[in-house]
Design a protein. Structure first.
Length: 71
């Protein structure tokens, strides 16, 4: 099952800077964030499987971020 962050949540975040934001920008941000979340979840799941565990831990997510090139 794929979970996605609602556009309304992302829209609120984008509007916090008091800038005007187009619907196209919100849609683009939404697509990028959801793609990133899916990639991160897949990578973290791979870390978990390689560790021979059934439960995903916070460290798996941190390790996945490092694997994806984030510090």
């Amino acid at each position: 099952m794929v979970y996605k962050i609602p556009k309304s949540v992302l829209s609120r975040e984008l509007h916090k800077s008091n800038d005007r934001v187009t619907h196209e920008a919100i849609q683009t941000y939404h697509d990028i964030i959801n793609d990133f979340m899916e990639t991160l979840a897949e990578s973290a799941s791979t870390v978990r499987v390689n560790s021979e565990r059934k439960t995903l831990k916070g460290n798996d997510i941190i390790t996945a971020l490092h694997i994806l090139g984030y510090e």
